[in-house]
Design a protein around this ligand. Structure first.
Ligand SMILES: [Zn+2]
Ligand SMILES: [Zn+2]
Length: 422
């Protein structure tokens, strides 16, 4: 019989079926036969007064409740999947839920719903199932792509303590950079590493963090461990500190073949930074904004010709314009006003094109609490030596005039920028 068949209301029948034996008696009921105990339980459960039962069966107790005195019900039908011990079950109180059967050998608790207890066996079973194929072999360092190396190094840099065997990709300190600009891109990059089994869920992850992952797909509080070896699949995984040093060393030398991976990530980061800024601006406004997909494609269309700083300005103006529109005769409420934002952004860009402001005029900066992300720092600060380098320069121009000559070793990013900013 499975635990799921153990429905409330049928406890008496169920107990009769599954429990020919009971656990050794505790003292006040030691003089009673198993049949008498079952009779007392049935009468207690049907509502007879406890005091009457205590007197009738000569039970010597000061307790006001009989429930604690009943022996546990043996669940011989259940064998622990982790330690093979039998299970027992407390009896149900008159007004209570059916207690869950529990293993007598370890902390495992059987559940009536599709849940898991927090015992070590269940914790490891869930981690092993999630890590799946990754447990069979390591990913050799040489098999990592440049993109994977950049994302992995960014993830490993989130952990500041040395000597750790697991790391978190979650921003622990408020002043530290986030892994990625938006939660969606964070999940995207994290999943890229996990799907390739470059990182695995660490056995050090707590039960509650695993529950958030299992029940709500919330992965921020998971701890990870690298699954990358120096040599082949059978090699030992490299420790966090050593792997980080390998990656740092590799990127301390710039190579032209980084170009494709850098460009791809630069564009992805740029659009995410714009979406992050937009989300921030609408959260401060009275506009009810839902047109995320339309806004994303409007912002994307501007990236070939405008810098992030300039587009921040368009977003700022677009949200302010939408806010002003609320209450206007032809605009019906905050939701309609929100729908204006994507076209407001494009109009602001067209106006800018028609009448470009003077150099430095209406230049937008990053908000002090929304800093460049860790992935951005790996690309611009670590690899190109130019922290947040493309913020004020349209990406195609940054790529051809700064990134490429830097990767080719012709110049440094700073010198390249100084040249065309003259
Ligand atoms: Zn057990
Ligand atoms: Zn368990």
């Amino acid at each position: 019989m499975s635990t799921s068949e153990f429905e409330p209301g049928s406890l008496e029948q169920s107990l009769a079926q599954v429990s020919p034996t009971v656990e050794p008696l505790i003292e006040p009921m030691a003089h009673l036969s198993p049949a008498q105990i079952e009779e007392i339980y049935k009468r207690y459960f049907s509502g007879e007064r406890t005091g009457d039962l205590i007197r009738e069966f000569d039970i010597k107790t000061n307790l006001s409740s009989l429930l604690k005195l009943f022996p546990l019900v043996s669940r011989a039908d259940l064998t622990c999947p982790y330690c093979s011990s039998p299970a027992t079950q407390r009896r149900r109180a008159k007004l209570g839920q059916i207690p869950l059967p529990a293993c007598t050998g370890c902390a495992h608790v059987y559940e009536t719903f599709d849940g898991r207890c927090g015992c070590e066996g269940c914790r490891h079973a869930f981690i092993n199932k999630s890590n799946g194929e990754g447990l069979k072999g390591r990913i050799p360092y040489a098999d990592l792509t440049i993109r994977e190396k950049i994302i992995l190094l960014s993830a490993l840099t989130m952990e500041n303590d040395l000597g750790r065997t697991s790391f978190s990709i979650y921003q622990l300190q408020k002043h530290d950079p986030k892994f990625a600009p938006t939660p969606a891109f964070h999940a995207h990059c994290q999943n890229e590493l996990f799907a390739r089994k470059i990182i695995l869920i660490s056995e050090e992850t707590t039960h509650s963090s695993l529950e958030l992952c299992r029940m709500h797909e919330f992965t921020d509080f998971l701890l990870w461990r690298p699954n990358v070896s120096a040599s082949d699949e059978t090699g030992k995984p490299l420790e966090i500190d050593l792997l980080r040093i390998c990656l740092w060393n590799e990127f301390s030398e710039i190579k032209t073949d980084y170009g494709a991976a850098l460009i791809e990530l630069m564009y992805e980061l740029a659009i995410e930074e714009l979406m992050e800024y937009l989300a921030h601006m609408v959260s401060l406004s009275s506009v009810n904004f839902k047109a995320w997909a339309a806004a994303r494609s409007a912002l994307k269309s501007l990236l070939p010709s405008k810098s992030i700083s300039e587009i921040f300005g368009f977003i700022w103006g677009a949200v302010k314009g939408a806010e002003k529109a609320i209450g206007r005769k032809n605009i019906n409420g905050a939701a309609h006003a929100g729908n204006l934002i994507p076209s407001n952004i494009i109009q602001a860009a067209e106006a800018f094109e028609a009448r470009p402001p003077k150099q430095g005029h209406r230049e937008f900066f990053r908000l002090s609490h929304i800093k460049p992300s860790q992935i951005s720092n790996t690309i611009y600060k670590l690899i190109l030596g130019d922290k947040d380098g493309a913020f004020k320069i349209p990406l195609p121009r940054y790529i051809s005039e700064v990134m490429r000559p830097t990767l080719e070793g012709i110049t440094t990013a700073k010198a390249a920028k100084a040249f065309f900013e003259q």
